[in-house]
Design a protein around this ligand. Structure first.
Ligand code: NAD
Ligand code: GLY
Length: 360
C-alpha cells in the first residue's frame, strides 16, 4: 500500500492507495471521530460497494443515506437529505460522515460535514478515477447553483482518503476518460515528465492496468498534496489546478449540469487554454497538437459542444471564483508543464477564440 500525506499542520491527513481497501476496518476506523457513522453514497454506487464498506464499521452505530445519482443533483435541495438523515437519527456533533462515490458525493458529503452542527469529521472513499486523483484531496466541498458551478461551498479537510483502485473496474469507459482529463491536467501544470509518461502509457491506462493506474493516482495525489500544503485556501498557486476549468465550468453550466461530464468539459477547456496560450506566443502550435492528441487519445472530446455561443460562454465565465475586479483570470501555459494564472491578455482575443471554437 502507498501512503501519502497532506501536510496541513493539525489538519494533516493520510491518503491510502491500494487494491482491496474497502472494508478494511483497521485502516479506516482509526480516522473515525465518535461512535456514530453515516455513509453517504448514491443509487449507482450503493449496490456495488455499500455492503463491503459497511463491513469496516461493524463496531459503530452506522447508517447510510442513498442520494440520487448525477451532477444535476449536486444541489442544496438534495444536500438536505443528508441533514434530514442526521437529524432523524439523532446523530450528534461527534458523528463521522463517509463519502462513498465519485466527486459529486465527495463534494456534497464534505459540505454537509462542514455545515452539520457547525462542522463534523468526514472520510473520503472515492470510487471514480476523477475523485481518486483530484476531488477527494484538498478539502474543497460544495454544491452547484443554477447560475454557477460549485458556487456554494466551504473548505473542509477530510480525516483520511481511502483509495481502493479495484473500484475502478466497474466504472464506465467514459467516466474513466473523464478522470484522465484531470490526470493530464497535473502533467500540464507542473509535471512535464509525467505528461510524457502519460503519452507513453495511454494504452495501459485505458486498459486499466493496475500498475499504471496506481502510478498515475499516486503521482496526481502527490502533486495535489504538495500544492494544497502550500496554498490550502487558494490565495495563489492552488488556482493552477483550475487549468481548463473556467472554460469547462461555463460549458457545464451553459449546457445544464450532467449533459457534459466535468472531466469532458475540463478536457475541452484545456484545449482552449492551450490554443489561447499559443496565440499569446507562449507555447508552440506543435505543443498544442501534442496536448490535443493526448486528450483525444484518452477518449476525451477536444472541441466545443454545439449550442453554446461565444457571448453565452463569456457571460458564464464571469461567474468564476478567479474573477478579480471584473476581469476573468485564466490559467494558461507559459510552457508545456508550466502553468500560470493571468489576466494579461486582450479580452477581444478571448472573444475571438470562443467565436472560432463555437463555430467548429
Ligand atoms: P460523479 O461523482 O458524478 O461520478 C461519475 C459517475 O460514476 C456517477 O454516475 C457515479 O454514480 C458513477 N460511479 C462512481 N463510482 C463508480 C464505480 N466505482 N463504478 C461504477 N460507477 C461509479 O463524477 P466525478 O467525475 O467522480 O466527479 C465530478 C464532480 O467532482 C463534479 O461535481 C466536480 O465539480 C467535482 N470536482 C471537485 C473537485 C474538488 O476539488 N472538490 C475537483 C474536481 C472535481
Ligand atoms: N480541483 C481544484 C482544486 O482542488 O483546487
Amino acid at each position: 500500500m502507498k501512503t501519502l500525506q497532506v501536510d496541513l499542520g493539525t489538519r494533516s491527513y493520510p491518503i491510502y492507495i491500494d487494491q482491496n481497501l474497502l472494508g478494511v476496518s483497521s485502516l479506516i476506523t482509526p480516522h473515525v471521530k465518535g461512535r456514530q457513522v453515516l455513509i453517504v453514497t448514491n443509487d449507482t454506487v450503493a449496490p456495488l460497494y455499500l455492503e463491503k464498506t459497511l463491513a469496516a464499521f461493524v463496531d459503530f452505530e452506522t447508517e447510510s443515506v442513498i442520494l440520487p445519482d448525477g451532477e444535476q443533483y449536486k444541489t442544496l435541495a438534495v444536500l438536505n437529505q443528508i441533514f434530514d438523515s442526521l437529524l432523524q437519527k439523532h446523530f450528534n456533533r461527534h458523528t463521522t460522515l463517509v463519502a462513498l462515490g465519485g466527486g459529486v458525493i465527495g463534494d456534497m458529503t464534505g459540505f454537509a460535514a462542514a455545515c452539520y452542527q457547525r462542522g463534523i469529521s468526514f472520510i473520503q472513499i472515492p470510487t471514480t478515477l476523477l475523485a481518486q486523483v483530484d476531488s477527494s484531496v484538498g478539502g474543497k466541498t460544495g454544491v452547484n447553483h443554477v447560475l454557477g458551478k460549485n458556487m456554494i461551498g466551504a473548505f473542509h479537510q477530510p480525516q483520511s482518503v481511502v483509495i481502493d483502485i479495484n473500484t475502478l473496474y466497474t466504472l464506465e469507459d467514459k467516466q474513466l476518460s473523464a478522470g484522465l482529463a484531470e490526470v493530464i491536467k497535473y502533467g500540464l501544470i507542473n509535471d512535464l515528465e509525467f505528461f510524457e509518461w502519460l503519452e507513453n502509457n495511454t494504452t495501459a491506462l485505458l486498459a486499466r492496468d493496475v500498475e499504471a493506474l496506481s502510478f498515475a493516482i499516486s503521482r496526481c495525489c502527490q502533486d495535489k498534496a504538495t500544492i494544497v500544503a502550500e496554498d490550502e485556501r487558494e490565495n495563489g498557486r492552488r488556482a493552477l489546478l483550475n487549468l481548463g476549468h473556467t472554460f469547462g465550468h461555463a460549458i457545464e453550466t451553459g449546457l445544464g449540469y450532467g449533459i457534459c461530464l466535468h472531466g469532458e468539459a475540463v478536457a475541452i477547456g484545456m484545449c482552449l487554454a492551450a490554443q489561447f496560450s499559443a496565440q499569446l506566443g507562449w507555447i508552440t502550435d506543435s505543443d498544442v497538437n501534442r496536448i490535443t492528441k493526448l486528450i483525444k487519445n484518452m477518449g476525451l472530446p477536444v472541441t466545443m459542444p454545439k449550442g453554446l455561443s461565444a457571448e453565452h460562454m463569456l457571460t458564464l465565465m464571469q461567474v468564476d471564483k478567479k474573477v478579480l475586479a471584473g476581469k476573468i483570470r485564466l490559467v494558461l501555459l507559459k510552457n508545456l508543464g508550466n502553468a500560470i494564472i493571468t489576466d494579461d491578455y486582450d479580452p477581444q482575443h478571448l472573444k475571438q477564440l470562443l467565436i472560432q471554437a463555437a463555430s467548429l
